[in-house]
Design a binder for this molecule. Sequence first.
Ligand SMILES: [Zn+2]
Length: 434
Amino acid sequence: MNISVPRRVTAVAALAALALAGLTGTSASAGPAAAAAAPDIPLANVKQHLTDLQSIATANGGNRAHGRTGYKASIDFVKAKLDAAGYTTTLQTFTSSGATGYNLIADWPGGDPNQVLMAGAHLDSVSSGAGINDNGSGSAAVLETALAVARSGYQPSKHLRFGWWGAEELGLVGSKYYVSQLPTTERAKLSGYLNFDMIGSPNPGYFVYDDDPTIETTFKNYFAGLGVPTEIETEGDGRSDHASFKNVGIPVGGLFTGASRVKTSAQVSKWGGTATAFDRCYHSSCDTTSNINDTALDRNSDAIAHAIWTLSGASTPPTGTVFENTADVSVPDNGAAVTSTVNVSGIAGNAPSALKVDVNIVHTYRGDLVVDLVAPDGSVYSLSNRAGGSADNIVQTFTVNASSEVANGAWKLRVQDKASADTGYINSFKLTFP
Ligand SMILES: [Zn+2]
């Protein structure tokens, strides 16, 4: 559950690190600041894409299925948006069931061509409906994320590629074709493929694919930060386009809000909604723009952007001075508070108004934990107060306005477990001064 980040240590900071490490187990180094944060993905924009896909279906016999005019119109719609935003787009054609199918591939110029991060969604519907949740939702959220990359002028260290697949509903035909046409050398350059198929289900659950651990943790951390519990995705396992990539050894991950399976009463307690199908309109004519839960669509769209930004690496040069304690401190079950300390030195004046506090706590029930930052003078800043329910771990960067505190001195991360049964430990605690 720990993603290690390579860091650059300057000579002076390394000496300081040695000196401090000898005394306290604390290290200080000039290291990378937190990666550039992903922008919020505007829900209204994602919903507008869904409205447009609905209009395309309505104008084309009520669906956007493979081999029908509504599918080609959907591909043209997405392609036009990406072309206008500066993407290099490629329309790939294949044949299935006697009809021409289309995949759309969009490359964002720049980044390391030998390390490609890809995200995709199937754009086809079944023939019985407009396919707005399945899978206008994934298609629209990936599209809006790609447009957000362009709007922000994001220049990640990895190369970004987005894909919209045809004929998924006929057996992952489009994505299988794409992968089959990728030379082995090109497959090896794909560092990950993220799949989004149904992310706005009207009675939603929050499911994360249990595949590549880094991708899975990235998504879980995002939802944990929102205090939304997640579960491992099992209903659609191997039933969407990520399987085409996974089958050739490419690391995959993704999100899902549920299809025809019925939400259990335990899941209702966890997520709200009713003990009925996650999507009662799955593969039906009622899968229209009214078949979307806005909160689920919003959270999942933001999670996609978070993953794209986090997994593609920041090109922003490393800045800031980092003070970190990586010694493990066990947190007694329903017991006394424990602390991890970093000794800050060499920083003039007060702490910043946006002090970055990286907290990494391994625990089997984060809702048990009260987590505070304690300044050298004893002032307490609450970071997490029994938030996040039954989700595991607190692996999160908090921003604290610490401008009324003198920077130098002993800063503590204080953790107390206030309920019995679950245990864990402080894995690391880090402060970054700009
Ligand atoms: Zn689907």
